[in-house]
Design a protein around this ligand. Sequence first.
Ligand code: TRP
Length: 449
Amino acid sequence: MTTRILTGITTTGTPHLGNYAGAIRPAIVASRNADVDSFYFLADYHALIKCDDPLRIQRSRLEIAATWLACGLDVNKATFYRQSDIPEIPELCWLLTCVAGKGLLNRAHAYKASVDRNIELGEDPDAGVTMGLFSYPVLMAADILMFNAHKVPVGRDQIQHVEMARDIAQRFNHLFGQGKELFTLPEAVIEEDVATLPGLDGRKMSKSYDNTIPLFSGAKQMSDAVARIVTDSKLPGEAKDPDSSHLFTLYQAFATPEQQAQFRAELIDGMGWGDAKQRLNDLLNAELGEPREKYQALIERPADLEDILLDGAAKARKIATPFLIQLREAVGLRSFRSVTTSTESSKKKASKRARFVSFRDDDGSFRFRLLDASGEQLLLSKSFTDGKSAGMVNKHLQSGEPLDVREQGNGFAVWLDGESVATSPEFADAGAMKAAVERLREALAPEQA
Ligand code: TRP
């Protein structure tokens, strides 16, 4: 069976060497695998959550698209597209929004971090928080579930989002799948052996630390950045410790095992930092020189890039369009031509969702409970001396005949033939009790509408 791998790249920046080694290169390698069907896309709707500068959004989309192609992504094998070219994604996002618990989203790290910061500053907890930020994980779930991805390679900070996508998928399957799995449950994959590159100062390479080495901005820009890599002050001829040098870590990410061993030996042997930087620069150019030229050529032909991405979108929509039709059907957004006027199946479903549980009490008598869809107890029957009479009452309650419900305090009893046959628990207040009566009536409603 082929594995569907899917990942998105938020289009707010220009790819640097860390993005290349940590995400782009491994993703392209994975996409070449014969048992893999890969979906890589520009998460440009997600970019709008973080950035309100149209020029930056546009520039970043172009640069990221060109980067992936220049690095060798084969668009005949992989499906490569812009999120914003797939209208099915925001549509699915709405269907998922309607089943995603607000409480679940309250726990999302990105949202929580904003709230915590606001509280610390004495601001309103939601100050500056947009609905885009709050719903970010639902849109990401739509990206993933739209194509029924099995595996989602992401950074550690995104694991929670993939788990939320799983959660939302499960909920949707349960509500609308009628026993079938509408959505595949996705799994996050964290590539353990993929390089997390250190930046110029040794901290993780990241735009927010301003310590990046540019990927394709030019050979000169790259060698200038390499020259700025921080080292210790050992002179040429003095032994260097490769394991405490992030220049060595950077070298390792691009070198064969033999090259690594050689470089290590030479550092210990006293190679000067200037020479070491030259060596790293040569190594980077060997891998990236050709892609850099391809990149420049692509960037100069934006109309061609547009065509490539539109082709990718068409390929993706061959899957998304029919699948969304199926999902709309599942939730009840159906053509009137095909509609059946009976609500029988949904009634059956409602009564199936509440359930009776029979049991023997400690004293040997027979009783049953009625649990609502969430498993909360609505009724506990009186004790019956034999199973048959318990069963008859149980059956009578499900017969669809009008229920005789009598409220008492914050609870209620159900009466049958002049006696109370089952009682509810005490609810917190009259409102909770009324709501429970409502759920009881719904669960036991007659089949004909
Ligand atoms: N949120 C991801 C990030 O910032 C990008 C992304 C959007 C994504 N949709 C996705 C990643 C779907 C994987 C799957 O890194």
